[in-house]
Ligand binder design. Sequence first.
Ligand SMILES: [Zn+2]
Length: 259
Amino acid sequence: MVNTQVGQNGEFRLEPLANGWLVGRFAALEAVGVAHLVTTRQGPDVQQVRHDPAAAGREIAQALGLEDAAFLEQVHGGDVVTCAKGGCAGFADGLVTTAKGLALIGKSGDCPIVLIGDRRGRAVGFAHASWRATVAGITPAVVRRMVDLGCDSKDLVACICPSAGPECYEVGEEVCATAISGIGSRAEAFFQSGSAGKPHFDLWHANTDALIRVGVPPESIHVSGVCTLCRNDLFPSHRREGSAAGRFAAVIALSASSQ
Ligand SMILES: [Zn+2]
């Protein structure tokens, strides 16, 4: 039996689905009626999510009662794609839609996926906020795209999914230097020195900061607080398992019943 008590802040919890999966859900997205879930090892096969996201996406769409699923070839950059139908939407790290019934599937094995819903139901999106994509500004780029599509940033609700946490995400000095040159000196606050003397990159803090700077209210930004290295029992982790690690999916959709 998996311990379903995850995170410390109550923002994110695990729950069983009728199909036997155990999935993560954010209270803040549920409160505004945005369909979403985060898969765990008790769910779609983690190797299938990584290598055949079309097939995994169909299973996930079915689990959510949705018609179709779209995903990206994630490339650790700053580009955003708007999609209107299922399948691979392109090479990018941000995906947005205004289409109802279409599940957007982000893949992760340590990288933060930021799920972004609109309390008025006009669009949904996600950012695959790996450290390189974070430095490239992927999360604010997704917000700007949603604003271009008619959303008001004040209506957005952003949730940072399980990912390598600040206690565990050790990086080299060159990552620190790249981040500070890309983001500016305020990025110094995103790094702390770990016990081994190397910097740790707090991607939860970096993405929260980026969301606030494009007008998402601080009270509408939620962090699962779950580290994939610490909870490798639930989630695949590239850092823990190496290059053969699978992926879990973080999923968001405008359900057909959205206004
Ligand atoms: Zn950890």
